[in-house]
Design a protein around this ligand. Structure first.
Ligand SMILES: *[C@@H]1O[C@H](CO)[C@@H](O)[C@H](O)[C@H]1NC(C)=O
Ligand SMILES: *[C@@H]1O[C@H](CO)[C@@H](O)[C@H](O)[C@H]1NC(C)=O
Ligand SMILES: *[C@@H]1O[C@H](CO)[C@@H](O)[C@H](O)[C@H]1NC(C)=O
Ligand SMILES: *[C@@H]1O[C@H](CO)[C@@H](O)[C@H](O)[C@H]1NC(C)=O
Length: 389
């Protein structure tokens, strides 16, 4: 026993009423002093934080000023099949990257079963007069980090090269104060050709994937780009490809030959991966913008698409409007016989009732929701965005 616990067992000292009151008063005065000090510290801290918030976050009134985009005229997008509007199709058909200056057609032939979110954004935003969409289905951020799909259409090599060639050859016009650059990448990096199957390159970690995304913003920044949107990863652990059985997880899958039986293991693993990288994106975007000064003079919005998807997942009827009951677990496209080796895909009657187009891709209606929010984001008004400058 140490001495302080010993003292607990000592009989109370005899004290006069006066000295007792004195002690009490001293205790009360002490408590008041401490309270006043604490309150002062809290007030100072919240004033400091408030200043920081005003400077960096946008909310309601100050928001337009915070994002400082006078006209939203040009949208530049890098990504995967969630955003691909024909570049991937061109590559499939021609076996080669499109020529410098190529503009994709406006098409609803996409992996989301309709128009992709950048197209809806251009429509919802009204004033967008140019869209340069470099996204290619199947892409990852860098084939160094996740090489398995073996394509050179990643952002690091393929997509960014195409963009830089367009800049060098002046085939696109991207005025800094009217152009928004969005990167939305991860579904392959983290998925079956990537981390969830331990298919990353030697020594590569989730951090290398996250850092790859910031590296692409570096390269955009060097071309004069100043308005960035970093879109985080959707809850892939809720997509039928990676979901728990009880959440509609599919035992066979057109994108995952020889899928392991244990859907719980797959889904939990994916949930952890998504949570880790999104947390990294969230805090690193704040760090790079405010402390690291990595993109001096630029603005970055962290678009929490994950939360948007969870809201859709939790309140389907508020977002999905097909002629059938909304569903966030059954995709629109399914294999008729559920036999991967002969998966005859069948479509659904009411595509807008589905959150997922197939086991991996958001539906067109989900894409519209992304576009709706992206449009608000650019106006400085999205509650799913954190604005940094
Ligand atoms: C684009 O620019 C590169 C180098 O700046 C040049 O080699 C190439 O020929 C140009 N391509 C076109 C189509 O103008
Ligand atoms: C499936 O995976 C979970 C989580 O890793 C594990 O707890 C469970 O025992 C596995 N089930 C089977 C049948 O292997
Ligand atoms: C569902 O709503 C979207 C707008 O969010 C609209 O474009 C679409 O046509 C609607 N679908 C149906 C089937 O009404
Ligand atoms: C796949 O299923 C379709 C329709 O059920 C059938 O016509 C076809 O022969 C099957 N193919 C194979 C390779 O089993």
């Amino acid at each position: 026993m140490n001495s302080s616990s010993d003292s607990l067992h000592q009989p109370p000292r005899k004290t006069s009423l006066l000295s007792f009151v004195g002690r009490r008063t001293r205790t009360i005065i002490g408590a008041i002093v401490v309270t006043v000090l604490l309150v002062a510290i809290i007030i100072t801290l919240s004033a400091l934080y408030g200043t920081q918030r005003d400077k960096t976050h946008a909310n309601s009134d100050s928001s337009h000023k915070a994002w400082e985009l006078k006209n939203f005229k040009t949208l530049v997008v890098f990504g995967d099949s969630y955003s691909d509007e024909g570049r991937g199709l061109y590559i499939n058909q021609h076996g080669t990257w499109p020529p410098v200056g190529w503009q994709n057609p406006v098409t609803d032939l996409s992996a989301v079963g309709g128009y992709v979110w950048p197209r809806w954004t251009a429509w919802y935003s009204g004033g967008v007069s140019a869209m340069h969409n470099y996204a290619v289905g199947g892409s990852v951020c860098s084939i160094t980090v996740t090489p398995k799909n073996g394509m050179a259409y990643d952002i690091q090599n393929g997509q960014m090269s195409a963009f830089l060639a367009d800049i060098r050859n002046s085939t696109i016009d991207v005025p800094a104060d009217e152009t928004v650059y969005a990167i939305w990448i991860g579904t392959n990096d983290l998925g079956v050709v990537g981390f969830v199957q331990d298919a990353q390159g030697p020594g590569q970690t989730l951090n290398d994937y996250v850092e790859c995304v910031f590296t692409q913003f570096d390269r955009l920044y060097q071309t004069g780009a100043r308005k960035f949107v970093l879109m985080n990863n959707i809850p892939l652990n809720r997509a039928p490809m990676y979901a728990l059985k009880s959440n509609g997880g599919l035992p066979v899958d057109q994108y995952w030959p020889n899928k392991p039986n244990n859907l719980t293991a797959i889904s939990y693993r994916m949930a952890e991966i998504i949570q880790s990288v999104n947390t990294a994106f969230k805090y690193q975007s704040a760090y790079e913008m405010v402390i690291g000064n990595r993109y001096k003079g630029a603005q970055m919005a962290y678009f929490d698409v994950h939360s948007l998807f969870m809201d859709m997942y939790n309140s389907p009827s508020e977002y999905f409007n097909g002629s059938q009951e909304a569903t966030v677990t059954v995709p629109c496209l399914t294999c008729k016989d559920m036999n991967y080796n002969n998966c005859t895909l069948v479509g659904c009657m009411a595509p807008d009732a589905h959150m997922w187009y197939d086991e991996l891709h958001p539906s067109e209606q989900s894409s519209r929701m992304v576009a709706k929010e992206f449009t608000k984001l650019v106006q400085g008004d999205s509650s799913y965005a954190t604005y940094w400058s």
